[in-house]
Ligand binder design. Structure first.
Ligand code: ATP
Ligand code: MG
Length: 419
């Protein structure tokens, strides 16, 4: 019986792997330049962390978590996002005692039991960052500039930044009352999900993707009209900094983000070329989260950026994966002694940093040379009994078509000299 991979998962290999490597190294270089430190938290956590850290009324907690009881009867959940784990780690490891801000990044798989559609997987990957300790809009701007820089270094063009402010708890509760009244008056026209959301968290209704709901909600009161003075100033200053940084943005008062813990700034980078699931990166400020998961009140901001959607964008832009790494030399052989010598020599060259290949299939010389051709090697040689005995071998430069007799010890130097 053939066993397929579980729905919503994907193998990453071959040509696509090179794209991943390119993204990973670009992430690393951006993180280094922005002085972010990598953090690797466990892939599973106590379910409680996400109930509190993501929020009971979110889609993630309501429908999308991979939750199970382990053999010790603990409720465990595969992480659906990275922020809750990073926040837990910050608290648990006393990072509040380090010089602030603490700037962390992560790169790894996330798990959500989603309905299958383009741009949605059940195991997907995120690059994300968190900046703990600063309440200032400068920190929000720093977070946004990291995502922006990554997109820029990868050569992504067709993307726009949308920002909004959700205010603080006090602004939110005044806005919630106004929103609740508006939705209450329009309840019959909304979808079933929205009617349910209305009871639990009216803000969530603004996130609905259904056309009929969107039409009704076009007239809903806007959060931005309910910001108090401090939240207003925070939002204005963020815009001032972004403008000074030369980062274009658009204010979109409808952005509420999927997670419950956001306060003040929220933002999204939205792609113009990958269809309906177009949000590649989402983030914002979450000043209430650390307290929510058991820490001291600590201001924080961050984002999560979906790697698979980033790859969809890169592919839509026609960006290729780059050239596959070629072997420098193929060490061919005839007979048992030749083949052992070839394998030993190959190992020696590899230890010196030469990408070398030899036959491990027991192929004929002719078949070996055909294979060497496919590898696109620059150099090749063939070791038989004679070569083993004399210690001299003909090194062929495939691009020039020339041959030179060299001793085994001279091969490395000759390759270095010619390439
Ligand atoms: P959406 O509105 O698409 O469901 P979200 O609000 O659930 O997004 P976040 O939790 O903010 O998304 O995650 C940040 C990013 O992670 C998204 O912008 C997206 O690029 C990526 N992402 C989220 N869920 C998935 C998924 N199921 N498959 C692939 N990528 C995803
Ligand atoms: Mg989602």
């Amino acid at each position: 019986m053939k066993i397929a991979s579980p729905r919503g998962t994907k193998d990453i290999f071959g040509d696509e792997m090179r794209l991943w490597h390119k993204i990973e190294s670009t992430v690393k270089s951006v993180a280094d330049d922005f002085m972010l430190e990598e953090i690797r938290t466990p892939i599973f956590e106590h379910t409680e962390l996400f109930l509190r850290g993501v929020g009971e009324t979110t889609d993630i907690v309501q429908k999308e978590m991979y939750t199970f009881m382990d053999k010790g009867d603990r409720s465990i959940t595969l992480r659906p996002e990275g922020t809750a784990g990073a926040a837990r780690s910050y608290i648990e490891n006393g990072m509040g005692n380090l010089p602030q801000p603490v700037k962390l990044y992560y790169f790894g798989p996330m798990f959500r039991y989603e309905k299958m559609q383009a741009g949605r997987q059940r195991q997907f990957h995120q690059f994300g960052m968190e900046i703990f300790g600063s309440p200032k809009p400068a920190a929000d701007a720093e977070v946004i500039s990291v995502a922006k820089e990554l997109l820029e270094r990868l050569g992504i063009k067709n993307i726009s930044l949308k920002i909004n402010s959700l205010g603080c708890k006090e602004c939110r509760s005044r806005y919630n009352a106004a929103l609740k009244e508006f939705i209450g008056n329009n309840l019959s026209g909304l979808c079933e999900d929205c009617r349910e959301r209305f009871e639990k968290n009216p803000l969530r209704v603004l996130d609905c993707k259904e056309e009929k709901c969107k039409t009704i909600l076009a007239d809903a009161p806007l959060m931005l009209d309910y910001l108090d003075e401090e939240c207003r100033e925070h939002f204005d200053e963020l815009q001032e900094i972004l403008t000074a940084m030369g980062i274009d943005f658009e204010i979109d008062p409808k952005i509420v983000r999927g997670l419950d813990y956001y306060t003040k700034t929220v933002f999204e980078f939205v792609a113009g070329n990958i269809g309906a699931q177009s949000t590649v990166c989402g983030g914002g400020r979450y000043d209430g989260l650390l307290e929510e998961v058991g820490g001291k009140p600590t201001p924080a901001a961050g984002f999560g950026l979906g790697i698979e959607r980033l790859i969809l964008m890169l592919k839509a832009d026609g960006l290729d994966e780059g050239e596959k790494k070629k072997a420098d030399i193929f060490v061919g052989s005839i007979g048992k002694a030749g083949s052992i010598k070839a394998q030993v020599l190959t190992l020696e060259l590899r230890k010196k940093g030469i990408a070398a290949e030899c036959d491990t299939m027991g192929r004929s010389v002719k078949a070996q040379m055909k294979y060497a051709d496919k590898l696109g090697v620059r150099f090749s040689l063939i070791i038989g009994d004679d070569e083993v005995e004399k210690g001299i071998v003909a090194l062929k430069d495939m691009s020039e078509g020339t041959k030179a007799d060299v001793s085994f010890d001279e091969i490395y130097g000759k390759i270095k000299e010619l390439s």
